[in-house]
Design a protein around this ligand. Structure first.
Ligand code: NCD
Length: 307
């Protein structure tokens, strides 16, 4: 039962609970009228202290499709945060107005803090370079729809693995599935943080780190591309030096398996050439749609509106 629960990081839900959500999302995909009015009269607050297109709009679309309403802000300059209000006070206030809060904040740990002050469930839509669990729901559902339940696969994560919160959350989540091998492809400055490799070691996950995409491409079942996270760099020079480290092209795709899939949380900057979009293995725009279905399933479950 997910009713009343917070979602701060991927480990908050058991594998059975995740399966339940994915089953619900698949049912919504099959029949878009399913759960249509289940959240009528309920309110979702979306508090975005950082830019967003897909996460915020897919949450709003999800709530509207469930028959509920949304309020919130898309940038902190229009809220009392600009006057110096603490996050705790903002959350105490908003939880008087809404039945659930979805929040993105540049500080690691902000969602956990918010959950301690909130009278309603808090969903983490990204806390700095830390976690992004609803993107993980999106990614896992996409893998499941394209290739079946995760297991016995090799997943390559490529790009900014240091600051990319979607990578941290997905790697942590995939570590719970059987025989998932991980290959982390990044420049030495942007390797995956130790708090993630520590978990992988503890769980006995088979993983390797490399800086060469071409070398490992032919062995991958899933390639998870990411953008270099400019906003989390301390200086622009480092960003400029590293931003073109990996660019996926049609030519590089030639050495990939015929059934490999390419995922990307988006937004893309230049790390996937537009020519790759027409390759049937490029599923990142399908992934954005699954993101809305799984957020519908999540909201309905957290609000106790799903059967
Ligand atoms: C990601 C994020 O915000 O972490 N975007 C998203 O939510 N789909 C990835 C990114 O910004 O690079």
């Amino acid at each position: 039962m997910l009713k009343g629960r917070h979602l701060i990081e991927p480990g908050n839900f058991s594998l059975e609970e995740l399966d339940g959500l994915f089953g619900l999302a698949e049912r919504i995909e099959e029949d878009p009228r399913y759960l249509r009015d289940s959240c009528r009269g309920r309110v979702l607050a979306a508090l975005f202290f950082e830019p967003s297109t897909r996460t915020r709009l897919s949450f709003e679309a999800a709530m509207l499709r469930l028959g509920g309403s949304c309020l919130g802000f898309a940038e902190p300059g229009s809220s009392s945060a600009a006057k110096g209000e603490s996050l705790a006070d903002t959350i105490k206030t908003v939880s008087c107005y809404a039945d659930a809060i979805v929040m993105r904040n540049p500080k690691e740990g902000a969602a956990l803090l918010a959950s301690r002050y909130s009278g309603v469930p808090v969903i983490n839509a990204g806390d700095g370079g830390h976690h992004h669990p609803t993107q993980t729901l999106t990614d896992l559902l996409t893998i499941r729809r394209m290739r079946g339940q995760p297991g016995n696969i090799t997943v390559g994560f490529c790009g900014d693995l240091r600051f990319g919160r979607t990578v941290h959350s997905l790697a942590k989540a995939l570590a719970r599935y059987p025989a998932v091998r991980m290959i982390f492809i990044s420049p030495p400055e942007l390797t995956v943080p130790e708090y993630i490799t520590g978990i992988l070691k503890k769980e006995g996950v088979d993983y390797v780190e490399t800086d060469r995409l071409e070398k490992v491409m032919s062995g991958l079942d899933v390639l998870y591309m990411t953008r270099v996270q400019r906003e989390r760099f301390f200086n622009e020079e480092d960003y400029i030096r590293l931003k073109d480290s990996y660019i996926l092209t049609a030519q590089k795709m030639e050495s990939a398996k015929p059934d490999m899939i390419v995922l990307h949380p988006l937004p893309r900057v230049n790390e996937i050439a537009v020519e790759v979009d027409s390759d049937p293995r490029a599923v990142y725009f399908k992934q954005t749609k699954y993101g809305m279905y799984v957020r519908m399933a999540l909201i309905a479950s957290i609000l106790g509106a799903a059967a």
